[in-house]
Design a protein around this ligand. Structure first.
Ligand code: UDX
Ligand code: UDX
Length: 461
């Protein structure tokens, strides 16, 4: 049976990263057997059903092509380890909530447990691939655990960070800007690296597959996310200045982004960045810098997070100040709760902060989102305050005093805002935390419009 396949790949962790990555590998490498395992039985059941555990455009189609042929989802981690040639580890590495480094360092307990499980079950040599984002030198810790006992089997640890972005994961995996493989520069390290390079070469052009030493590879992932987040914090910091000087942040971003050396991407001012990676990875970077006594470097990167927190609070305070310094009892409708469009993921979403602060101001918060309402309910469970969840954006806005656009879902660009306006309490406000609606048009309909980093358009005198 197994001769049918050239290689057997295992991925431990069937989450946002492990799931889509393995689905793509299975589609592109039909002669490789790809098995994805997870400790969460419910999640594996969903991967084996028509209702996948994550929403990602285009993913279901790819799952259907490969599942049952060369793509399998299972909870039998031990069997998976025994039969695999290459093991990707994609378990979560959240920020530590306890003990030394709490709130900053990565919590590596799942990671270490997985390493020990591999050691316990493996009876032949294997390549272990770090897919999760990890602090620099984690591969070394992994190697130390894996070489602590057995001598007859050899484990070669590689770093292969994931650069996919949620909502566009399928396209990012299919046409990556680059694939990075970090290895030891020993003979066995380079041999293992070449195996992984060959896997990706099934569909990624050779010039986009880059290799490096293992520590640089680990660090590159943290630095890539830190640079992306830093661009958003830079433009968000400027958005505050634009609001004070009657300038338009979109015009500034356009002029700046036209410079080839800077480029136009990731310069959209917003209510703040969210997602499972940016904050966690920067905190990790800050923690490592502090560990090595590089306090000025740590402070520099910490300020990226500081501006993000400032931006979220500024958004809420702008609502409070504009709406006559009280939100108590007012109905405020959040358009969107996901951390970005085209995903149901709400991890670190600015919407969580905004909703919580509005509830503290005793506003009645109404939340609508095409994909994230179930996650929103979990995120806000246990908070004191008045909150409702409504699928239909028209119904959600009805009888509200204000709409706050928090996620850039396409649907919010094209609503019938005359209808929305008619159903709202006057004066009606729109706070556009993503600058996605036609501000002039909404103003003409009668809304008081408050974008990010642009002059407000108000009928109030
Ligand atoms: C996670 C990390 O958050 C990120 O830093 C890293 O880059 C990749 O892994 P993601 O896939 O988004 O990203 O996380 P999540 O969706 O939570 O998936 C992790 C999966 O690992 C979960 O399904 C969890 O059940 C599983 N897991 C966790 C195991 O199978 N075994 C464990 O011991 C722990
Ligand atoms: C990010 C990285 O892009 C990806 O390479 C890495 O592997 C994982 O982390 P992701 O978090 O899925 O991906 O989404 P991303 O598109 O980077 O957006 C992150 C946050 O920044 C979102 O809240 C988004 O709305 C916000 N953002 C993005 C802005 O506020 N302005 C922008 O110009 C771009």
């Amino acid at each position: 049976m197994s001769e049918k396949y050239q290689k057997r790949i295992l991925c431990i962790g069937a989450g946002y990263v492990g799931g889509p990555t393995m689905v793509m590998i299975a589609n592109k490498c039909p002669r490789y057997k790809v098995t994805v395992v997870d400790i969460d039985k419910g999640k594996i059941e969903k991967w084996n059903s028509d209702a996948l555990p994550i929403y990602e455009p285009g993913l279901d189609k790819l799952v259907k092509v490969a599942r049952g042929k060369n793509l399998f989802f299972s909870t039998d981690i031990e069997k998976g380890i025994r039969s695999a040639d290459i093991i990707f580890v994609s378990v979560n590495t959240p920020t530590k909530t306890f003990g030394a480094g709490a709130g900053m360092a990565a919590d590596l307990q799942y990671w270490e447990r997985t390493a020990r499980q591999i050691l316990e079950c493996a009876d032949s040599s294997k390549i272990i691939v770090e897919k999760s984002t990890l602090p620099v030198k984690t591969a070394q810790a992994m190697e130390r655990i894996l070489t602590a006992e057995k001598t007859d089997v050899h484990f070669e640890v590689l770093s292969n960070p994931e650069f996919l972005s949620e909502g566009t994961a399928v396209a990012d995996l299919e046409h990556p800007d680059r694939v990075l493989v970090g290895s030891r520069l020993t003979e066995s390290g380079i041999k293992a690296r070449d195996e992984l390079v060959n896997l990706y070469a099934h569909w990624v052009p050779q010039e986009k597959i880059i290799t490096s030493d293992i520590w640089s590879s680990e660090l590159s992932k943290l630095v890539s996310n830190a640079f992306l987040a830093q661009r958003i914090s830079s433009i968000n910091a400027i958005s505050a200045l634009c609001e004070k000087t009657d300038s338009d942040v979109a015009n500034v971003a356009k002029a700046v982004g036209f410079d080839n050396r800077i480029g136009a991407k990731f310069l959209n001012a917003s209510v703040g960045f969210g997602g499972s990676c940016f904050k966690k990875d920067i905190l990790n970077l800050v923690y490592i810098c502090q560990h090595y006594g590089l306090d000025s470097v740590a402070d520099y990167w910490q300020s990226v997070i500081h501006i993000n927190e400032y931006q979220k609070e500024r958004f809420v305070l702008n609502m409070l100040n504009t709406m006559f310094n009280t939100l108590a009892g007012k109905r405020i409708c959040l358009y969107g709760f996901a951390f970005k469009a085209d995903t149901g993921d709400t991890r670190e979403s600015p919407a969580i902060y905004v909703a919580r602060r509005l509830m503290e101001e005793q506003a009645q918060v109404i939340i609508t989102d095409p994909k994230a309402l179930e996650n929103a309910k979990q995120d806000l469970a246990g908070l004191k305050g008045d909150v409702e969840y409504i699928d239909d954006p028209y119904e959600a806005a009805s009888s509200s005093h204000a709409i706050a656009i928090v996620t850039e879902w396409e649907i919010y660009r094209t609503l019938d805002y005359e209808r929305v306006f008619r159903s709202m309490i006057k004066p009606a406000f729109v706070f556009d935390g993503r600058n996605i609606v036609d501000h002039q048009k909404l103003y003409e309909i009668g809304f008081n419009v408050h974008p990010i980093g642009k002059p407000a358009m108000t009928h109030l005198r």
